[in-house]
Design a protein. Structure first.
Length: 969
DNA sequence: GCAAGGACGTA
DNA sequence: GTACGTCCTTGCA
């Protein structure tokens, strides 16, 4: 935690005198200090990174009027000339600037800014924060702490000096000759002519420091004044003892100002374009507008100058104070007002712009490329899409790049279109007239890596991965797919659906150009001209969608979700995918052979038992044999009228003495493992890296979980002996070791927190076996010596609760009657009454709102909550009970993943995060470093909910290291 | 050649 | 009873 306190009044005074900024805006209003102030706020957010990056921030101003110091020394600051008019007019504007940056602006009558700063600084330090005070005011140096927990930062621009100058213990000592805790004693003696602090005449800083270093403080010095050898100095001290005491009171900052906003209220919130740009426009700050537009990913042309500010001479304070601004941010937006109205207007504007394919440009010369580079720099943002030879980001090669800077424009830069090979033996070579790929990459790289230029894409993870292989680390990004996911969940998805829904536009289908099926052409085989229309359209449409979706974040209170759980995760996932994981081909190949033989034996046995040959892989044929030919009782039909032959049915039959059923179950298990894993996985080993690279989908799961595909590495077997053999084929690279770190019972812990179940919370607090505890509560059985079946039942019920329990489902799971299952549920609700309240609340909410919410504010949409179909309604009810639990757990691990890399780097730990399996993270670390790595990983994972949410249950992570995934798990 | 259904791997 | 992705068969184009 890091609190940044900006001495606002101090800044403008010093900036004005250090380097008078006389800039005026077009109507003559002086705004130089405001501009400097805005630049400073911008620089602070830009330059303070890593450990120095503040989590909390406020700007403090002096209030008008007298302070408590005037009560005991009316001459305090009495000699100060009034501030010049061109500075006075900028006071209210700096407060407006602070609000425009979404930073709390604080001033209190009766107190100086310094006192408020001292109060917050001390409170924060006691709460374990690091504190930085942005000021060079010597009066604040008394607050500096020797351990570095409170430091000053001087940002006033001075020619020939670095822009940021830290003031710590050493700097204070240089200035005052004493440690910070004795600064007030030195000031008490030497006084301050500017503030009219009297001090002791004839004593300057050097003498004061010498005396204080000798005597400790003012009181002790005065008590021993008669011992001073120099007669003049002795006399002055004795004569001015009272003045020294008053001076000390004057310079001592109060640390108990009754501040209104608690520390928590100073937590940083993302800047809001709708607050920022109207202000910057009114001030006519073009450069900073452009830079912030890039940083924020917003189009400033969509905002009008704030009319209150644009007309000079008015007091901007009357229109907004902090509490109002905060309330606006926090409360749901009413359609037709504020940000919501803005979003609607932008949507209408963008939707009205026609798509004209003739406006798109094919870039084939360096001059054309230059024009586009200038456009991008000028705009501060660009929509980008890459066309490649395939869908696998780790294997596909770049074929072309499309860019768009305004809705309606767009270009395509072909770099890899190939001539069709005349024969199989002959290389096709590149189509003539394309710019060399190296030239294009080199030209784009500086812009794509420039932190002040926003790169907008649809599924940018793909672009990040592709470009990474050409040496480009693309950042920062905005992603229309993730914007849509943050706003509307999974209901829309791909670019074409979004375009259709928000723009009423149908994009060119890829299949129209390339055909379908196994004869589908890859992008490099397409003619450039039609490919360009398709490609440039994607960039243009992506940019339009961004214009439509981005303003909705603020209007619909989804900014925090997007900024903290979606946007920062994409590059993390890209890196995980790029790393891949090592898989031992030999192990899989050996297992394939083994499974194949054993499956063949089961197949022969099944044919024998059935008395006929049939396809074991056909549920249809199997059902007919079991229930028609053999005439077994108790068969049920699926919804399509076929016999049900699922594992549970066969398991049942096996228990009733049907050996064929057991054989089929065993056969299915083996062929599943063979087909899905041992045969399929080796084909995913990348030729370039020798590793398997999955692809994570960040925006396709209802609850906020990730999903994994091509291959799915989130369902690698673990439950059976044979399955674990497959898992053991996932190995560490030579010299490395794998670490698996998984959250223990995360969903039950989340449930205990959100449903506020004291008994569950207590059990987690005490580290009890949660299922045994549940069983003990429900069945009145002591935990000691509990039969395993009793615990098993309780475990099923706990899981059932998470899944939105029904008597029907629980009965199925436990193989008991509906009535008995109903009794269990009733007992559970009696023992843990909060659970029923939680469930009822979710059921109620989903019907009213159409969504339920995780603890981090993710909305999970259920459009069918009020369906006319009772079965569907019940389904939605169960899902809406499950979603906040599963979703909150998903949000927690997302937060851990986002923080993991910087945290490990800061702890100097070399660990590569490779995989995520919902509640588990897999890392690869150098052999011998696993103990330190596991400790650091656990810390990040266990603290991942904070500070956004303080869970009322402990979060526990178990970590293990081993050479392969099976042993590490 | 493609979509749907069934089955089954994971959390 | 929740949330996924993949493999295989089937049935229709």
């Amino acid at each position: 935690m890091h609190l940044l306190l900006v001495d606002g009044s101090g800044y403008i005074f010093r900036a004005f005198h250090a380097l008078p900024q006389l800039n005026r805006k077009s109507d003559g209003l002086p705004v130089g200090c405001v501009q400097g102030f805005c630049n400073m706020l911008f620089k602070l957010t830009e330059d303070l990174k890593g450990e120095d990056q503040p989590t909390h921030m406020a700007v403090i101003f002096d209030a008008k009027g007298k302070t408590f110091r005037d009560d005991f020394y009316p001459e305090y600051k009495a000699h100060r000339p009034p501030a010049p008019e061109e500075l006075v007019t900028q006071f209210p504007l700096t407060r407006a600037a602070t609000r425009a940056f979404s930073i709390p602006s604080i001033e209190m009558e009766g107190w100086e800014a310094d006192d408020i700063i001292a109060t917050y600084a001390c409170n924060a330090r006691q709460a374990g924060y690091k504190v930085t005070i942005v000021s060079s005011d010597k009066d604040l140096m008394q607050l500096v702490e020797p351990d570095g927990s409170i430091r000053l930062l001087d940002t006033i621009p001075r020619p020939g000096q670095p822009p940021l100058r830290w003031i710590g213990m050493d700097e204070v000592f240089t200035k005052f000759g004493v440690t910070p805790d004795k600064v007030i004693d030195v000031q008490a003696l030497c006084g301050d002519s500017v503030d009219n602090v009297p001090g002791v005449p004839g004593i300057g800083v050097k003498t004061a420091a010498e005396l204080i270093n000798q005597y400790g403080d003012v009181e002790n010095l005065l008590a021993h004044a008669h011992e001073i050898k120099q007669p003049a100095r002795r006399q002055k001290l004795i004569d001015n003892a009272e003045m020294a005491r008053i001076s000390k009171r004057l310079v001592t900052l109060s640390q108990d100002v009754p501040v209104e906003l608690p520390l928590d209220a100073l937590a940083r919130v993302p800047m809001a374009p709708e607050a920022l740009f109207p202000f910057l426009k009114a001030m006519e700050f073009a450069t900073i507008t452009k830079r912030l537009a890039g940083l924020l990913g917003a189009d400033p042309t969509l905002y009008e100058a704030d009319p209150e500010l644009a007309a000079s001479g008015r007091d901007p304070r009357k229109s907004a104070d902090l509490s109002v601004a905060r309330a606006k941010l926090a409360s749901p937006q009413v359609p037709g007002t504020g940000p919501a109205l803005h979003a609607q207007e932008v949507h209408a504007k963008i939707r009205a712009i026609p798509v004209n394919y003739d406006d798109y440009e094919i870039v084939t010369t360096p001059e054309q490329l230059d024009v586009w580079l200038k456009r991008i720099i000028d705009k501060g943002h660009v929509a980008i899409d890459t066309e490649t030879t395939g869908l696998d980001a780790q294997a596909a090669d770049l074929v072309g790049i499309c860019l768009a800077t305004e809705p309606g424009n767009g270009c395509y830069i072909p770099v890899g279109h190939s001539r069709g090979a005349a024969s199989l033996l002959e290389e096709g070579g590149l189509v003539e007239g394309q710019l060399p790929i190296r030239l294009v990459i080199d030209a784009l790289k500086p812009l794509l890596e420039d932190k002040s230029i926003l790169k907008i894409g649809q599924n940018t993870k793909y672009e990040i991965s592709i470009l990474a292989r050409y040496g480009i680390t693309m950042a920062p990004i905005d992603d229309t797919m993730l914007l849509s996911y943050a706003l509307d969940g999974v209901q829309y998805n791909g670019l074409n659906v979004l375009a259709d829904n928000w723009l009423g536009h149908t994009c060119i289908a890829f299949s129209d150009l390339a055909g379908t099926g196994k004869h589908q052409k890859t992008f490099d085989q397409l003619e450039i001209a039609p490919a360009a229309r398709y490609a440039a359209e994607d960039a243009d449409i992506t940019l339009r969608l961004w214009h439509v979706l981005k303003p909705r974040l603020a209007a619909e209170n989804a900014t925090t979700l997007y900024e903290t759980l979606e946007r920062p995760l994409a590059p993390v996932l890209s890196r995980m995918e790029q790393r891949g994981i090592s898989v031992d081909r030999q192990i899989l190949s050996r297992l394939s052979g083994e499974f194949s033989q054993r499956a063949a034996a089961f197949e022969a046995e099944a044919h024998e038992l059935a008395g006929q040959s049939f396809n074991l892989g056909s549920p249809k044929q199997l059902g007919e044999i079991l229930f028609d030919k053999m005439g077994l009782e108790g068969g049920t039909k699926t919804k399509t009228g076929a016999w049900a032959t699922g594992a549970d049915v066969l398991e049942d039959l096996a228990l009733k003495g049907v050996p064929l059923a057991r054989t089929i179950v065993d056969w299915r298990q083996l062929t599943k493992l063979k087909g899905t894993y041992t045969d399929a996985l080796p084909a995913y080993i990348n030729a370039r890296t020798g590793r398997v690279h999955t692809s994570y989908s960040q925006a396709s799961v209802l609850t906020g979980r990730l999903s994994s595909n091509d291959p799915n590495l989130q369902n690698i077997p673990v439950r059976t002996e044979d399955g674990r053999k497959i898992r053991s084929a996932f190995v560490a690279a030579p010299g490395k070791i794998l670490i698996s770190a998984d959250y223990s019972q995360i969903e039950l812990r989340v449930l205990a927190h959100i449903a506020d179940i004291q008994a569950l919370k207590d059990a987690f607090e005490e580290g009890l076996d949660i299922h045994a505890m549940t069983a003990s509560e429900m069945f009145n059985v002591p935990v000691e010596g509990m039969p395993s079946d009793v615990r098993r039942r309780a475990k099923a019920i706990n899981f059932g609760i998470i899944y939105g329990i029904s008597a029907f489902g629980l009965a199925n799971q436990l193989g008991i009657g509906r009535g008995e299952a109903g009794d269990y549920i009733k007992t559970y609700f009696e023992r843990f009454p909060g659970i029923k309240d939680y469930m009822d609340e979710q059921r109620r909410r989903v019907k009213i709102d159409g969504h339920v919410t995780t603890i981090f504010g993710r909305k999970v949409q259920f459009p069918n909550a009020n369906s006319a179909n009772p079965a569907e309604r019940s389904f939605v009810e169960r899902a809406s009970i499950n979603a906040p639990i599963q979703g909150s757990a998903a949000d927690i691990i997302r937060r851990a993943m986002i923080r993991m890399e910087p945290a490990l780097k800061q702890a100097n730990i070399d660990a590569d995060m490779l995989l995520q399996v919902h509640d588990e993270l897999i890392f690869e670390v150098p052999l011998g470093t696993e103990t330190a790595a596991m400790a650091a990983i656990k810390t990040v994972m266990e603290g991942a909910a904070e500070p956004a949410v303080r869970l009322s249950v402990p979060i526990q992570v178990d970590a293990h290291a081993a050479h392969n995934w099976d042993e590490a798990h």
